[in-house]
Design a protein around this ligand. Structure first.
Ligand code: HEC
Length: 123
């Protein structure tokens, strides 16, 4: 049995729209794509976007609240990949439907901004 967190990573690697499931090389360090590099995340814009909706579940600066996971302090490629996975409607955990609903309207730029903000966010 694979642990849920491992499955989340495997799912995001397999179903990434930019196709980095390349010949079985699924090392997370290799998730940088041309699109990721083109989109520089803006920390201030990310913070503003975070405060619109995300804060209601994930708490101040992404520190997590009860069953809502901590989302700050993670590497940019990880957060980007998770948000793209949810935006694609792919379930990775028991409560993914909540996140899929939240991620659907996000643009590539918003995801880049959110990932940049969440990497450095501190309460
Ligand atoms: C309605 C509550 C809710 C809102 C609002 C919400 N989330 Fe989530 N989020 C969740 C839940 C619940 C999960 C775990 C989902 C699962 O089981 O797959 C999650 C998971 C995540 C994850 C993956 C965490 C991990 O390491 O597995 C990220 C990143 C994330 N949310 C970011 C955001 C961002 C950015 C926003 C704002 C656009 C947001 N969330 C808005 C409830 C919410």
């Amino acid at each position: 049995m694979i642990a849920t967190s491992t499955r989340a990573v495997v799912f995001s690697l397999l179903f990434c729209p930019f196709g980095f499931a390349n010949g079985g090389d699924t090392r997370p360090e290799n998730v940088t794509t041309a699109t990721d590099e083109a989109l520089a995340g803006n920390i201030e814009a990310g913070e503003a976007r975070y405060k619109k909706t995300c804060v209601n579940c994930h708490g101040a600066a992404g520190k997590g609240v009860a069953s809502y996971p901590k989302v700050s302090g993670k590497e940019i490629p990880y957060t980007t990949s998770m948000l793209e996975t949810y935006r694609n409607g792919i379930k990775v955990g028991p409560n993914s439907s909540l996140m899929i609903m939240m991620a659907k309207p996000l643009t590539d730029q918003e995801i880049a901004d959110l990932a940049a903000y969440l990497q450095v966010a501190t309460p």
